[in-house]
Every structure is written in C-alpha cells, then in structure tokens.
Design a binder for this molecule. Structure first.
Ligand SMILES: Cc1cc2nc3c(=O)[nH]c(=O)nc-3n(C[C@H](O)[C@H](O)[C@H](O)COP(=O)(O)O)c2cc1C
Length: 197
C-alpha cells in the first residue's frame, strides 16, 4: 500500500461542525469498538487517567435544559440566541462522548502527562469515528470549565472535562482548510558545534 493509503485514517480526518451532525449515529457495537480502540492510548504509568460519559437520546436535551437552568438560577440573563444555543448544544449529534481526565495529584507521573493522555484518547476517538465513516467534532465551550456544569455531569474534584466529542452523520459538505506542510513544522536539530552538511 502507498504511504498515502497507509496514512488515510489521519489525512481523511477533519472536523464536521456539530450542527451538521445528524442521525444515524454509530451503533452500540461500533461505539464499544470505537471506545476500546481509542483507549489504546499512550498512558505513562498505566494510570488510565480518563473515563468517558456517553450522552445520547433524551439525555442530550435534558443536559441542555439543565445548563440553561443553572445559568438562570445564578442570575444570568440569556437572550433568545444564547438560550437556544445552550438548549441545542448537545442535541445535534446523536452521540456525544465526554472525555474526562481523572488526575491523580502529586503522583510521580506529572499531572500534565495525565491530562495529555486524556487528550490523546479524545483525538483517537475523532480519528476512529471518522474511520468508521462518521463525522465528528471536538468541542469544549463554557460547560467544560464551569464548576456547576461539571457537577451536573457528575465530575469529582480531581476530574476535568477534556473534550466533548460529537459524533454523527454529516448532513452537509465541510470545506477543507489549509493544513501545515512539513517545512512549516520541522527543522533539524544539531549540536551547535556540528557543521551543517
Ligand atoms: C481542546 C480543544 C477544544 C476545542 N473546542 C472547540 C470549541 O469549543 N468550539 C469550536 O468551534 N472548536 C473547538 N475546537 C476546534 C475543533 O474541534 C476543530 O479542531 C477545528 O474546528 C478545526 O477543524 P479540524 O479538526 O478539521 O482541523 C477545539 C479543539 C480542541 C483541540
């Protein structure tokens, strides 16, 4: 197989905005396989510093309503656009996988490495979802960083939302964006006293 063919799962991947993701979503069998494949992630110390929440079906709308309710309960005034955005936030794609980093503090494996492992899991989910023929997008937004929203999602004090991975069938075309070229990314390192060839 050509180099291009071998790298297809990476080069074919691109985000599909969540508002363009609709039914059908992955089957239960596909979701299981996707999650287990994605969990084959680099994990220094084998801490498994991550877990996932599957948000689907009626729970998607319920989460949107809970987010609006918590904002209004603390006195935020939402105009119609903001209200509708939060109500719809999790309602477009049939499946949203929340990737949660479970940080063990003061461990010999630095916290940043635990967080990075969770980020790598999120990226594996994106690549895997696209390889299965679905569209996907990694979103965070305010609910990822809001302590009340985190409580609504059942997070413990040592846990952080790393990603909401929205997965579904693209309902429209996505315009591909420019991608960085090798020359923009890589330069050779050599010791200062080693002459250039
Ligand atoms: C940690 C992280 C958080 C992100 N959060 C958002 C977000 O909240 N809203 C958004 O529009 N894009 C967000 N993105 C960017 C999109 O997922 C996506 O990468 C971007 O639209 C570029 O598309 P591409 O994946 O095809 O390169 C986030 C990306 C990362 C890595």
């Amino acid at each position: 197989m050509s180099i291009e063919g071998k790298l297809k799962p990476l080069t074919a991947r691109h985000s599909t905005p969540s508002r363009l993701l609709g039914a059908p979503g992955p089957t239960e069998e596909e979701v299981r396989a996707l999650v287990e494949a994605a969990a084959r992630v680099s994990d220094h110390g084998r801490l498994q510093p991550w877990r996932l929440l599957a948000i689907h079906g009626e729970a998607r709308g319920a989460l949107g309503r809970a987010l609006v309710a918590l904002r209004e309960a603390r006195g935020e005034v939402l105009d119609e656009a903001a209200r509708s955005k939060d109500l719809q936030r999790f309602a477009h794609a049939p499946l949203v996988l929340a990737v949660i980093a479970r940080i063990t503090p003061e461990h010999k494996i630095p916290e940043v490495e635990q967080l990075l492992s969770a980020g790598a899991l999120a990226q594996n989910l994106l690549i895997g979802a696209c390889a299965l023929g679905y569209g996907a997008q990694w979103l965070t937004g305010w609910p990822a960083y809001d302590s009340q929203a985190q409580r609504t999602l059942g997070l413990e004090a040592n846990e952080r939302i790393v990603a909401f991975i929205h997965i579904g069938t693209p309902q429209g075309e996505v315009v591909e964006r420019d991608r960085p070229r090798y020359e923009q990314l890589v330069c050779d390192w050599r010791p200062a006293d080693m002459p250039a060839i």
